[in-house]
Every structure is written in structure tokens, then in C-alpha cells.
Ligand binder design. Structure first.
Ligand code: HEC
Length: 213
């Protein structure tokens, strides 16, 4: 072994004592601080996983999104107070574009699996025609949505949706009547019912009192 080459000269530092194809390796372990960071990441990982990804807590990104969404809804609902699920209120909100949009998003999030994207009916009945099973008057929509029907085949939403959401989704559903979309629903579609009372145009007073009480 020659002595002239690259410092540090051989012998100054320990080698790993093995030799592959004549190549030896200095024994330079990773520094202590590096090891500690490595160990720290291992200790940190399960804590992180449990904290953020354990089920049924609100700290996941999705959970925070849900919380923010609910908070946003509360802020919006602050404007309209607590809605009563009665005929004047539902008719009033059928005439209010931006609130119908809230009803539509509730529908898209909860109802399409059975009633179809456009409420045309799949395993739940068509909500766009003049035939109804449990509905005779417009307020019956909110009753069915709150309480469910047919032993839960139509689930009860009273504990899952905000009361205002029930009114707004009912207004949205009521507004779809008359589209008469072709349906995949195979069950009994019920009886033809009388048309809804006319929808007051935006800003017009209704005799009922839809707002906070
Ligand atoms: C799990 C499937 C399912 C989901 C989800 C569902 N529905 Fe239904 N819905 C049904 C079924 C089935 C019926 C028919 C009940 C009957 O035959 O009496 C029904 C009936 C109804 C009716 C009454 C229709 C009529 O003709 O009497 C309305 C209104 C309604 N649903 C609205 C909604 C809304 C709004 C949502 C979302 C918040 C929703 N449904 C979610 C299955 C569902």
C-alpha cells in the first residue's frame, strides 16, 4: 500500500475491515445528530398517524373541511334564521335562486344515490314528475325528508341535516316538479297530485312567516 496519496493517510482512521475488489471503506458512521433525527421521525410517525388519521375525529383534512363547511352554513343560516318546514316557507325559497343552490348541494351530497343525479329516480322514486306516493301537499316533502318513508327505505334525515337544509332541499325537490325526466325507478310511482300553489316572485311577501321566530 502506498503512502503518498490522498490525506488522511491510511491508518489515521479506522476502516470497516472489509475489502471488495481491493476497495476498503473508512468507518464513518452517520453522526449522532443524524441518527437522532432518524429515530425522532420513527417516534413521530405513529403519533402523527394516530392524531391525524384515527377515525372519528375532526383533525383530518376532510374533517376540517367538513367543520368549515358546517361553520360556513351556520354563518349563511344566520341570515335567514330558523326556517319552518311549512308551505309558505318552502314556496318562498323555491323563488330564491341562491338558496335553491344550497338545497341543490344538499341533494347532490345526500340523495343522488337513490334518486339519481337529476332526481329522475333510481332505487328511489322520480321526483320530477306529477306522481307521488307520500306527498299530497308541498309541505309533505319536508315531512318525508325529515321522517323518512317505507320503513327507512327512504331514510329519515331529521338528525342528519340542519332543519334549514331540510326546508331548502325540499324547496329544491319541489322546484324540479314538471321536468318529467325519464326514470329508471321500477317501483310504484304513486298518484298524480294537484299542482303546487304558485311560487311568489322574489321579494314578494308571503302570508306565512318564513323567517326567524
Ligand atoms: C337509501 C335511498 C334513499 C336516499 C339516500 C334518499 N331517498 Fe328519498 N326515497 C327513497 C325511497 C325508496 C322512497 C320511496 C318511499 C316509498 O315508496 O314510500 C323515497 C321517497 C322520497 C320522497 C317522497 C316521494 C314520493 O313520491 O312520495 C321524497 C320527497 C324524497 N324521497 C326526497 C329525498 C331527499 C331530499 C333525499 C336526500 C336528503 C332522499 N330522498 C334520499 C329512497 C331514498
Amino acid at each position: 500500500m502506498s503512502e503518498q496519496s490522498n490525506p488522511p493517510a491510511e491508518g489515521d482512521e479506522p476502516t470497516t475491515l472489509h475489502s471488495y475488489d481491493g476497495i476498503q471503506e473508512y468507518d464513518n458512521p452517520t453522526p449522532r445528530w443524524w441518527d437522532l433525527i432518524f429515530v425522532a421521525t420513527i417516534v413521530f410517525a405513529p403519533v402523527y398517524v394516530i392524531y391525524f388519521h384515527a377515525p372519528n375525529q375532526g383533525r383530518t383534512l376532510a374533517g376540517q373541511y367538513e367543520a368549515d363547511l358546517a361553520e360556513n352554513m351556520r354563518l349563511q343560516f344566520g341570515e335567514i334564521g330558523d326556517l319552518t318546514p311549512d308551505e309558505p316557507t318552502i314556496l318562498k325559497y323555491m323563488g330564491e335562486e341562491q338558496w335553491l343552490k344550497v338545497g341543490e348541494s344538499t341533494f347532490k351530497a345526500n340523495c343522488v344515490s337513490c334518486h339519481g343525479r337529476d332526481a329522475e329516480g333510481v332505487s328511489g322514486p322520480n321526483l320530477t314528475d306529477d306522481y307521488y306516493i307520500n306527498v299530497k301537499q308541498i309541505a309533505d316533502i319536508a315531512k318525508v325528508v325529515s321522517g323518512g318513508a317505507k320503513n327507512g327505505a327512504m331514510p329519515a334525515w331529521a338528525n342528519r341535516l340542519h332543519p334549514n337544509e331540510i326546508v331548502l332541499v325540499s324547496a329544491y325537490v319541489a322546484s324540479l316538479r314538471g321536468e318529467n325526466l325519464p326514470s329508471k325507478y321500477a317501483g310504484d310511482k304513486g298518484k298524480e297530485i294537484a299542482p303546487w300553489p304558485s311560487v311568489p316572485s322574489q321579494g314578494e311577501q308571503t302570508d306565512g312567516s318564513p323567517a326567524a321566530q
